[in-house]
Design a protein around this ligand. Structure first.
Ligand SMILES: [Zn+2]
Length: 354
């Protein structure tokens, strides 16, 4: 018996509409509709075509219920430019991540989350409260992904081939999840991580209207990555764009994000801010002057290395989950393909218990 839910998931992963999917399988749209509604079986010929175009094995389609991120609880930015196809493909990747996470949880004991609920705070207050709660004061965040992971957030990567999707986050069974688009600049990605952290602590129980929630998450991210007192102490004056480009290294943010914060704090005048924005636009949005290196997950690195030592490779995991290896690799920052056996960076707060 094929599970219509799983066929739909793969259709979404392929970024296909029902008509496009029908065409690819060599059947008509109504058959796909009837099949997804559970009133019609697919012919073996169609299933064979599906396996061929998707790379998913048949046993994936024959497995049980699959848990999906609830699209209403997810707040996407730049909704206007984000197509429904890209959004659905990204959410379907979330469903695969849940499968993987469940598989991992049966084998490893990962830390519980330490995210307080701060929905009665303003975004700036919440950022300060969280820093205090985590004991990091006003220090810059060296690595945003590791910061999230060491506080029990599961971080996955999205390789969706679209720049319109930034990131999304989610609570599931009292576990926080963050999905980051790896096509962004590393600075942008760090901001996305902090933005999603904002959603997790501010909007867990249903936030305000969409527009507001996005603004709040952005304000949280600015305050979390660039503690106002520290920024003002280090950059009391800005004489030109180069001051910003030099200054941003401390907080590992984009020049634009630092300019925005300093403008908001009154360090940069409206007139100068407009000028910096024009200059930065000329430099382009896809490249950051003096860019930093991409961040990656230490938790996945550690887990994959441990499994690899026991002879469990990425192929075995993909097999156990009945998904193609490239789907797994997409979620794991591409680390899965070649586990790094040199344990140079051991996260001290992470305990993995077999
Ligand atoms: Zn958001």
């Amino acid at each position: 018996m094929l599970n219509p839910e799983r066929i739909e998931l793969v259709r979404l992963r392929l970024g296909l509409t029902k008509s496009g999917f029908a065409k690819a399988l060599g059947i008509d749209r109504k058959t796909v509709q009837r099949f997804e509604a559970g009133t019609h079986e697919l012919s073996q010929n169609s299933v064979d075509n599906l396996i061929k175009i998707s790379g998913y094995p048949q046993k994936f389609f024959e497995s049980g219920k699959i848990d999906y991120p609830n699209s209403e609880a997810v707040s996407f930015r730049s909704l206007r430019s984000l197509t429904a196809t890209s959004r659905n493909a990204a959410l379907a990747a979330g469903a695969l991540a849940f499968e993987l996470d469940d598989w991992i949880n049966e084998r490893f004991e990962l830390p519980d989350h330490s995210l307080p609920q701060l929905d009665n705070h303003t975004p700036t207050e919440a950022a300060i409260a969280l820093r205090t709660h985590w004991g990091i004061g006003e220090r810059p965040i060296g690595n945003m992904i590791n910061m999230l992971e060491s506080h029990g957030v599961r971080v996955f990567s999205l390789s969706e081939g679209t720049r319109h999707l930034d990131a999304y986050s989610f609570w599931r069974n009292d576990k926080p999840y963050v999905f980051l688009n790896t096509m962004k600049t590393p600075e942008h990605s760090r901001f996305d991580g902090a933005h999603e952290l904002g959603h997790l602590v501010l909007h867990r129980h249903g936030g305000p209207s969409h527009r507001n929630a996005e603004d709040q998450a952005n304000a949280f991210a600015s305050a979390f990555l660039m503690p106002i007192a520290d920024v003002k102490a280090r950059l009391p004056f800005v004489h030109g764009l180069n001051d910003l480009i030099r200054g941003k290294k401390r907080w590992k943010v984009s020049t634009a994000a630092l300019a925005y914060t300093l403008h908001k704090q009154g360090v940069i005048s409206d007139w100068h801010y407009r000028g910096y924005c024009i200059e930065l636009n000329k430099l382009g949005r896809t490249k950051e002057p003096h860019g930093i290196e991409s961040e990656t997950s230490q938790v996945w690195q550690k887990i994959l290395t441990d499994l690899w030592r026991e002879g469990v490779t990425i192929t075995h995991i993909a097999d156990a989950l009945k998904i193609p290896e490239h789907e797994l690799s997409n979620l794991l920052f591409g680390i899965a393909a070649a586990p790094n056996t040199q344990e140079k960076q051991k996260p001290n707060s992470l305990k993995l218990v077999e």
